[in-house]
Design a protein around this ligand. Structure first.
Ligand SMILES: [Ca+2]
Ligand SMILES: [Ca+2]
Length: 102
């Protein structure tokens, strides 16, 4: 029993690390000018690249939600918090694209 729990904790922390890594990779891919911050234009470009049509007001809403200190840019710390919002089932819904069936 104890061992199962330990295995679970180990696997869970691996999962968190992996998620964090993916989140960071996503952040970096959106940060077009590589200044470590995301601005509204970069975010919109990322949405467009992924084929998501986001209206200006939706973008403003999303940005305001993530930019918790309202300085007009999103840092990685602010970005990480979005994930927790997603996990609680609130915030905007980003549809997951399934890989094509073979
Ligand atoms: Ca940037
Ligand atoms: Ca900010």
């Amino acid at each position: 029993m104890q061992e199962t729990l330990l295995t679970f904790i180990k696997e869970f922390s691996e999962f968190v690390k992996e998620t964090e890594h993916q989140l960071y990779a996503l952040f970096k891919s959106i940060d077009h000018d590589k200044n470590g911050k995301l601005d509204k234009g970069e975010l919109q470009a990322a949405f467009l690249r992924s084929g998501l049509l986001v209206t200006q007001s939706k973008l403003d809403q999303f940005f305001a939600k993530v930019d918790t200190n309202s300085d007009g840019v999103i840092t990685f710390d602010e970005w990480r918090c979005v994930r927790f919002e997603f996990n609680r089932g609130v915030s905007i819904h980003v549809p997951y694209r399934f890989p094509p069936l073979r």
